[in-house]
Design a protein around this ligand. Structure first.
Ligand code: RAT
Ligand code: ZN
Length: 440
């Protein structure tokens, strides 16, 4: 099998009747609704990782996307806000963004869609009914119901081996869950080495502050140990808009000498999420990051230097999207994925998705949820399906007009490929139509 594997997940079914132009949109909507998606990047946690997993109304309302919006519609200062309890924070956001104003932003409307999905009041002056509802849920059954409502079969987590709360849970042997796939996240190692090298040293890896000498080999040993422990479906890092490769830096050295060879050894992709301007307003904490245009020549160099590696790439700047499609046309070891963070708004998703379809056909991964709070998958995937349906329908309408009618089997094949097959194959999973059947 080639390293890129961006081919068709299933042969197209033979003879189903061609659709008339007026039948296409409905058929696309039905197929999007009937296909369980794989959510390829979230910040959700499997139940055995305990309290790391966020869920419920107070977490939904204090999502950092909404915290950023709070300070535009309230006089509350960040330092006052961050002194409040979780419940008080949620009450402040509810009042400012949902009671005093109509919740029209993407993130605010998402909370409304979640409340509505559970039959909870969407226009109340307080959150008491919602709090009572979520408190009454049994976690396992609630997760299953949420996944059903979101129509996702499984989600991919973000797991940090240097997080002091998370790492001990893995070290004690966290029980795997087939609905939650691990990802080895490397931000602390690749972006914050000076603050974190001593954690590796304290665990018995012979690394030093300048990441010289045996350090890269020892990071590789660390990654091998965590690969064994966690069985990640890929390794991942978020990167600044200033990211360069190659360059004379700890990050570039550890990427070249530890991370890239480890991914090759374990047969898994490396996900690079590029374009964050970290902490442009630190007072906003998690909500304080911005976005910047990156130099994607770094991606070009990675793809050419390491043709045996596979790179999942998401870029945060709208201005980088076209360039990323061009690179994907050059390198089939590059898989563009998702409309990340500030791009996850219908207007931008539409623009990016049309561009990707026009330039790449069905050989990309249109979206991930980036959910941090369990129930967010309900609204994020609902929005994706709603935005995707007319875009795909229009693509098929043009094809029909140009002389190649489409069938329901065509549509099913493509939807499955976009929202399951491209990831399954790029991640090196065995041929699987409905879920992971094991690593290749
Ligand atoms: O979208 C987000 O929630 C961001 O804060 C980031 O977590 C980003 O998605 C990331 O994975 O770094
Ligand atoms: Zn994320």
């Amino acid at each position: 099998m080639s390293s890129s594997v961006v081919q068709n997940p299933t042969p197209r079914a033979g003879s189903t009747p061609s659709l008339a132009p007026h039948e296409i949109l409905r058929a696309v909507e039905d197929e999007l609704a009937a296909t369980p998606f794989i959510d390829v990047h979230t910040h959700l946690f499997m139940p055995s990782l305990g309290t790391l997993g966020l869920w419920g109304i107070d977490e939904l309302i204090t999502y950092h996307y909404l915290e950023a919006e709070l300070f535009r519609s309230s006089d509350l200062k960040p330092e006052q806000y961050f002194r409040l309890s979780k419940r008080e924070k949620a009450d402040a956001i509810w009042r400012a963004l949902f009671v005093d104003n109509a919740p029209v932003s993407e993130a605010a409307r998402g909370v409304i869609a979640v409340l509505d999905a559970f039959g909870l009041p969407t226009g109340g002056s307080d959150l008491e009914k919602a709090r009572a509802f979520f408190t009454a849920q049994e976690p396992g059954a609630h997760i299953r119901r949420v996944f059903q409502l979101a129509k996702v079969s499984e989600v991919v987590m973000t797991n940090d081996p240097l997080d002091p709360d998370e790492a001990p849970l893995w070290e004690r042997g966290a029980e795997p869950d087939p609905q939650f796939h691990p990802v080895l996240r490397l931000d602390r190692i690749l972006n914050k080495w000076p603050e974190h090298w001593s954690v590796l040293a304290s665990k018995g890896y012979a690394v030093n502050e300048t990441a010289t000498g045996k350090s890269a080999a020892e990071v590789r040993r660390f990654l091998a140990d965590w690969n064994k422990r966690m069985q990640p479906v890929y390794m991942a890092v978020s990167l600044p808009d200033t990211f360069q490769f190659p360059e004379d830096s700890v990050r570039a050295r550890l990427l070249a000498e530890a991370v890239v060879p480890s991914c090759r050894e374990f047969g898994i992709p490396l996900s690079l999420m590029i374009g964050v301007r970290y902490q442009v307003n630190p007072a906003l904490r998690l909500a304080g990051d911005g976005a910047g245009k990156a130099d994607l020549r770094a991606v070009e160099r990675l793809c050419t230097t390491y043709p045996e590696n596979r790179f999942l790439i998401s870029v945060l700047s709208r201005e980088n999207q076209h360039e990323l499609c061009v690179y994907a046309r050059k390198f089939n070891n590059l898989m563009p994925f998702g409309c990340w963070w500030f791009l996850n708004n219908p207007s931008v998703v539409e623009e990016m998705t049309r561009e990707r379809l026009e330039m790449l056909g069905m050989s990309f991964i249109p979206q991930h949820s980036d959910a941090r709070v369990l129930e967010q998958v309900i609204y994020k995937w609902r929005n994706t399906r709603r935005t995707m349906a007319p875009i795909l329908a229009n693509t098929y309408r043009l094809l029909t007009e140009d002389g190649r009618p489409v069938t329901r089997a065509d549509i099913r094949h493509d939807v499955t490929r976009l929202f399951r097959g491209n990831f399954e194959r790029f991640a090196g999973w065995r041929e699987a139509q409905h879920g992971r059947v094991g690593a290749a």
